[in-house]
Design a binder for this molecule. Structure first.
Ligand code: UDX
Length: 441
């Protein structure tokens, strides 16, 4: 977005936390010519960024960091680098706890450190806005705001806490950052809203996203509602898909037809083995757990998770229609939670492999990129170097990730001992010579 899309008035911006969200944000702002400092406690990450390389794998990010590092983007472990920043974004992890609610220890530590650093050494007479980018539930954001207020109340430095949730998808984070549907500012003052608008000015001017100004807790709820709604949409189409399967109907024909209703829309209607990743499962569980703490049982969200957990089991049931998995050699094609990533967090392949192992199957797994992390998770199963290698001599194949290369498989199925294929992502072509079962079609 360099050049004609540069900001008219560059700002000093700090981004604390150089994970997936923080790095995309810091690089995106630096590319608009803001003067950006990325702060991270991990020296290796700081070194990587300063060397002009991306600490995470995300299409397009490496190129932006290569051209901005040492220019509009610098990285450091030193919090005092934020004292002249107008906007200080916090993008650190908010991991899940045992009951599903989120742990805000790291977020709280980073925010308090930022506040204390600004109170002690602010170089801006007009003050600072600290912007929470991390995904945090409204009650926990409110608690954090109280903490911050109690630390700033005696100070004459004007520090406001705001919220600006992210809606980035893995694999298209750079594109999603540059052309969002909406930008949400959770703010208490017009000043904070205007500063945030200035920061995103080239995107707002060229891509015309909806800009929503609201209070910080509502902004954080918008993030959870967005993800809960999308996750529920997948579980609804999977529920309908399971019914279609029982009725002998193709759920994809049904989905295409109902997607023409603009109130439904064609997006997120791909039924199959369910959703994984770092956001949907975690955010829906957090909302359920923290709603329960507030006294509300969320039945629809409960069912969203429950149905998602059941889809891999349905794959195994379809397999069992044709063979007893005990002792059978079963190929699992696809380990990443979606194509285009090596991320296996909450991948539906994990419960599937567990179910197959429990039934005594001999599992041989393949993924174009996600084998190393899955090998750590399941060191005891076999891994093939190619889809063809996994299929060779297998009694059955279960397809779990919609990698394009699986769609191109053809004569490779001929090497299977018993060519039974259960497709969880509708990526395999039906063909003569194989027994094909679609999960919802
Ligand atoms: C998601 C949200 O899309 C993003 O806005 C948020 O900020 C982070 O979480 P991501 O987890 O990267 O992004 O993946 P996404 O492409 O949304 O897919 C999530 C999961 O849903 C994948 O496992 C995918 O296979 C599954 N999915 C998606 C379906 O099963 N059917 C669909 O129709 C769409």
């Amino acid at each position: 977005m360099k050049g004609e899309e540069s900001v008219r008035t560059p700002m000093r911006i700090a981004v604390i936390g150089s994970g997936y969200v923080g790095t995309t944000l810091a690089a995106g702002f630096a590319d608009m010519n803001h003067d950006v400092t990325a702060v991270d406690i991990d020296e290796a990450i700081v070194k990587t960024l300063n060397a002009g390389e991306s600490p995470i794998h995300e299409p397009g990010l490496g190129g932006i960091i290569a051209r901005t590092a040492g220019e509009s983007l610098t990285a450091t472990t030193d919090y005092t680098a934020i004292t002249d920043a107008q906007l200080v974004f916090i993008a650190v992890q908010t991991p899940t706890t045992a009951d599903g609610s989120i742990n805000t220890d790291a977020l709280r530590a980073a925010t308090i450190e930022a506040v204390d650093t600004l109170v002690a050494g602010s170089e801006r007479p007009d003050g600072h806005v600290i912007v929470i980018k991390s995904t945090v539930t409204p009650p926990k954001l409110a608690a954090l705001r109280e903490d911050v207020e109690s630390r700033t109340s005696g100070s004459d430095i004007d520090i406001e806490l705001a919220s600006n949730p992210e809606f980035l998808r893995e694999g298209s984070a750079v594109a999603d950052f540059s052309a969002p549907d909406k930008i949400v500012f959770g703010i208490d003052s017009k000043r904070a809203g205007d500063w945030l608008e200035q920061a995103f000015e080239p995107i707002i001017a060229t891509k015309s996203p909806d800009v929503i100004r609201t209070d910080p807790e509502t902004a954080s709820m918008i993030k959870y509602a967005n993800n809960a709604f999308l996750a529920a949409k997948i579980s609804v189409i999977n529920d309908i898909g399971n019914i279609c399967k029982e009725f002998g109907i193709d759920a994809y024909v049904v989905a295409e037809a109902i997607g023409t209703d603009h109130r439904i829309s064609p997006e997120f209607l791909r039924s199959g083995v369910g959703f994984g990743g770092s956001c949907f499962p975690k955010d829906v569980r957090a909302l359920i757990a923290e709603a329960a703490q507030a006294g509300y049982h969320a039945p629809l969200l409960d069912a969203t998770v429950e149905l998602n957990e059941e889809q891999p089991t349905r794959m195994v049931s379809l397999l069992e229609k044709h063979l007893n998995p005990a002792g059978a050699r079963v190929a699992v094609l696809g380990l990443a939670f979606k194509p285009g990533t090596d991320d296996i967090r909450n991948s539906r392949s994990i419960p599937l492999i567990e179910a197959l192992k429990k039934r005594g199957a001999q599992v041989v797994a393949y993924d174009p990129v996600a084998t190393p992390p899955m090998r750590e998770r399941f060191p005891e199963i076999e891994y093939a170097n190619s889809a063809a290698g996994a299929l060779d001599g297998a009694d059955a194949a279960l397809v779990m990730t919609a990698w394009d290369e699986f769609g191109a498989l053809d004569t490779e199925f001929d090497t299977m001992t018993r060519p039974i294929v259960v497709d969880g992502r509708r990526i395999i072509e039906r063909r003569d010579g194989i027994t094909y079962e679609g999960l919802t079609w």
